[in-house]
Write a protein of this length. Structure first.
Ligand code: AMP
Length: 612
């Protein structure tokens, strides 16, 4: 199997051209030999884990070939392995899923039973993640030269972590990565030269972290060649923060001192090593921020920026117009596709339009399989993830090199850390091939109806939340006859909007406080990633209920039918996205109410905090 390119240690022996060449050759090799690499990866995983309970239970008996593996091991969902996961979380260290020790749990933004899914991981996975990161800049440099001559201004954050009852850490994959030596003690590399000192990224207080990262980014504005965050929503949050706090930031730059609200000593020390008084720069920033339009603010404040590096595929595409506005249409670059389960692939044509982004899956990362997705009238079948696949469906899974151009598939992975034929929940479409390796458009996350940041709310969760809220209307002899929802990303942060049409039988008017209680009940009923976004990350604004005139949902149906929907099969969509429909709903709003406070949220799973 081709070796991961080695990184040199000192700036003096750093041969960028040579290193980039090696990295690109690595991509050539693994994609040209995709099938052989995949066979080898599966063999390695199965050999190393031959004695784990899960594989023995299913009767693999030490076999490590594809055919037996596919015959014997079922395709799985999180719910199928929940028992094994719980045992590991409760401290059972026997070889349940993986022969190597589970080093920690990565908490996915996908949820099960309202709580983040826990993905077991092993130490060596950090190397695989680092490898994927190391591919990004050599690829980018083919299209934008000279990126080694300046810095990247990236807004990167850690999130809170918890301990499972058995004592393992449970935290998001990026928090795990930023806190690892792979990131903190990364060897010299002109491509990981960021404006944010590590201490500002690792600061647990989100205000102090954002403030100090922006301060360092502004102070080094001329050196910045690229800007970004992981997801588009995070980058927009940074711009919004700048809108609110530029006066304080300018004061700090003018005086070369730091706002006393930044109390973290490590952050202060790291920033003070960089910051010197620069009144001219402060005046310049102030003049730009004072202008009434913030169009092109990125190119104005960071004039050498070549592109904005943020994920705008999937639900994040809703942020493209606002990013275009702030960046004066700089290229929006989506570099990679990854998850808590495993990092998957990279975009080999990073300057393409967001709508054309495709990710080449890197065959060394895990063993990939693909479950064909059948569409019916443009609607994906099976809105709820089925409990288990039929024998026939299990046989439909195809290997990486066997997917067909234009077809859609659900991604299924077998990882080094002990997931076997695991359904990630993403739907991908084959857009082309790099040598033998397919390149995929990201189509959607199955079932997700609403998303603002990393929250993913499905139809069932929304339905249950609405059901709980409706109890507040009972004393008024009122119910809701129809509802739909909408992710409003015009407000910053974005927020969920529910359109309700009421059926009123009682004569007592419903006071606003009752609708506000409904908003809060819905928020309390949503999953923990949503509530964390509201409480801790402040990446989601208060939920809003908009009461619409009677007959609005009939109008919605008329409109859908005029667009070609079948009258027999028409069902009220539980989420609306199409602008004319959102407009139609908004034009018939009679009153609106917001959640009066944040829902409850604590780090970690609810049951760990109850002590059971
Ligand atoms: P998490 O498990 O919380 O890390 O979330 C991983 C999920 O985020 C993936 O399964 C995708 O649904 C989504 N995701 C990750 N990278 C991308 C991308 N480049 N484009 C669209 N969605 C992505």
């Amino acid at each position: 199997m081709p070796e991961a390119p080695k990184i040199s240690l000192k700036p003096t022996d750093y041969n960028l051209v040579e290193k980039n060449k090696k990295t690109l050759q690595f991509i050539e090799d693994v994609t040209a030999n995709a099938d052989e690499v995949q066979e080898r990866v599966l063999g390695e995983i199965l050999t190393s884990n031959a004695n784990v309970e899960y594989l023995m239970k299913h009767g693999l008996k030490g076999h490590n070939d594809r055919e037996t593996f596919k015959k014997v091991i079922p395709v799985s969902t999180y719910e199928d392995i929940q028992q094994e996961i719980n045992r590991i979380a409760n401290g059972d260290t026997s070889k349940i899923l993986c022969s190597k020790p589970i080093s920690e749990f990565l908490t996915s933004s996908g949820t099960s039973g309202g709580e983040r899914k826990l993905m077991p991981t092993i130490e060596e996975e950090l190397e695989r993640r680092s490898l994927l990161y190391s591919l990004l800049m050599p690829v980018m440099s083919q299209f934008v030269p000279g990126l080694d001559k300046g810095k990247g201004m990236y807004f990167l954050f850690i999130k809170s972590e918890a301990k499972t009852p058995g004592g393992l850490l449970a935290r998001p994959v990026l928090t795990s990565y930023y806190k690892s030596s792979h990131f903190k003690e990364r060897p010299y590399d002109p491509y990981t030269n960021y404006t944010s000192p590590n201490e500002t990224i690792l600061c647990p207080d989100s205000y102090q972290s954002m403030y100090s990262q922006l301060l360092c980014g502004l102070y080094q504005n001329k050196e910045v060649l690229r800007v970004g965050a992981v997801f588009a929503s995070g980058f927009i949050r940074a711009i919004r923060f700048l809108e609110k706090h530029w006066t304080l930031l300018c004061n700090d730059i003018r005086s070369g001192t730091m706002n006393p609200q930044i109390t973290d000593p490590c952050v202060r020390e790291a920033v003070m090593k960089i910051l010197k008084p620069d009144p001219m720069l402060a005046d310049f920033i102030e003049a730009e921020c004072c202008k009434c339009s913030w169009q092109g603010i990125i190119t104005r404040l960071w004039p050498n920026t070549k592109y904005v590096d943020v994920i705008v595929t999937g639900t994040m595409s809703q942020y493209i117009p606002i990013l275009d506005h702030y960046s004066n249409n700089l290229p929006l670059v989506c570099t990679m596709y990854a998850s808590s389960e495993c990092y998957f692939g990279v975009n080999l044509n990073p300057l393409c339009k967001p709508s054309e982004v495709s990710y080449t899956l890197i065959p060394t990362m895990c063993y990939f399989e693909f479950l064909p997705v059948h569409r019916n009238n443009g609607v994906t079948n099976s809105p709820n993830v089925p409990k288990s696949l039929t024998e026939k469906e299990q046989q439909e899974l195809v290997d990486l090199v066997d997917v067909k151009l234009g077809h859609e598939y659900e991604l299924v992975v077998t990882t080094y850390s002990g997931l076997y034929r695991y359904r990630v929940g993403d739907v991908l479409r084959v857009a082309g091939f790099k040598n033998k390796a397919p390149q995929f458009n990201f189509i959607c996350r199955k079932n997700v109806v609403l998303s603002i940041d990393s929250d993913k709310t499905d139809e069932v969760e929304l339905q249950n939340a609405v059901k709980n809220a409706v109890n507040h209307l009972m004393p008024f002899d009122a119910t809701i006859s129809e509802y739909t929802s909408y992710a409003d990303t015009k407000s910053i942060p974005g927020h969920y909007v529910l359109f309700w049409e009421l059926s009123l039988n009682g004569s007592t008017p419903i006071p606003p406080s009752v609708f506000e209680d409904c908003c809060l009940t819905i928020e309390e009923s949503l999953n923990s990633v949503y509530r964390q976004g509201r409480v801790s990350d402040k990446s989601i604004g208060p939920l809003e209920i908009k009461i619409v005139e009677p007959g609005t949902f009939d109008k919605l149906m008329d409109y859908a039918i005029s667009l070609g929907a079948s009258i027999n099969q028409y069902k009220t969509p539980r989420c609306v996205k199409f602008a004319p429909i959102v407009e139609l709903m908004n034009s018939r709003v009679v009153s609106s109410y917001f959640s009066p406070k944040c829902p409850k949220w604590v780090p970690g799973h609810k049951k760990w905090n109850n002590g059971d």
